[in-house]
Design a protein around this ligand. Sequence first.
Ligand code: MN
Length: 322
Amino acid sequence: MPSDDTAPVLPPESGPRLRQLAARASVIGTDTTIRRALPNKQLRMVGAWCFLDHAGPAEFAPGQGMHVGPHPHIGLQTFTWMIDGEVMHRDSLGCEQVIRPGQVNLMTAGRGIVHSEDSLDADGAHLHAAQLWIALPDSHQGMDPAFTHYPDLPVWAQGGARLTLLVGASTGRVSPVQVHTPLLGLDLCSGPEGADLSLLLDPGFEHAAMVLRGQARVQGEALAPGSLLDLGSGRAELVVQMPADSQLLLVGGAPFGPPPLLWWNFVARDQDQLEAALAEWQPEAWAGPAPAAGWRFGPVAGAGAGPLKAPSLAGVRLKSAG
Ligand code: MN
């Protein structure tokens, strides 16, 4: 029987582009805006970066911060870049780690992990962060789960900006963040005088940029929070201008190839793998006898909210291209 996923995978257009794509804005809690720049109907991935949320800035009354209960992931790495605020990460490996501004948390889901995220909000809290997902290549989809906190990243000054190398290599510096495909993540913060600089890029990478705070001009294109600038591939240089007190996130990576499927918090190569993971997401069983050996999801000790419910895939046939 024919199904939608037999549709041909169109080869991605290569070469430089300069187009702004609107991020989809949504509000969580009372007033925390989340802008989802990836995936976008017109741009599924930038290298292996397959998901990009810009959350906040938001301020919470005491006790009202972000509390995301235990939920599972497979087939990806979650990458958190904290701009303002403090969030406690807990996971089913037993890791418990506070992330603070200027730090990265990298959680490798591999075959499966469960985590929770809670603002440290006893006295009120701030939240301003970028959360991204990195699709694992097919060779690493079933790898062991892991969690790593990176409190120190390469930081330098250039052209009036403070640059932080989140992932990959730039200007002879190398980020310690461990990924499994060639990637770039770079944060640029302008000082009180503004910034004007040129960056050397890997022309074999695709790139995109998003303003996190203030404004920027990238290759002459004026940017503000809420849109992603798709830069395409084949660029060896990038010209960036920023007024005072602005912040820009640049992501890039080697073309990933046919994009994987995304459903809820899962990334996989085919729908059977997604359905198998959904079938194993049974937090209601945590209170009962120990699950069968090899069960990939388990409880998170100390989480500040209950586990999340997965949306059903019944009747849905995901497309692998589009
Ligand atoms: Mn998550």
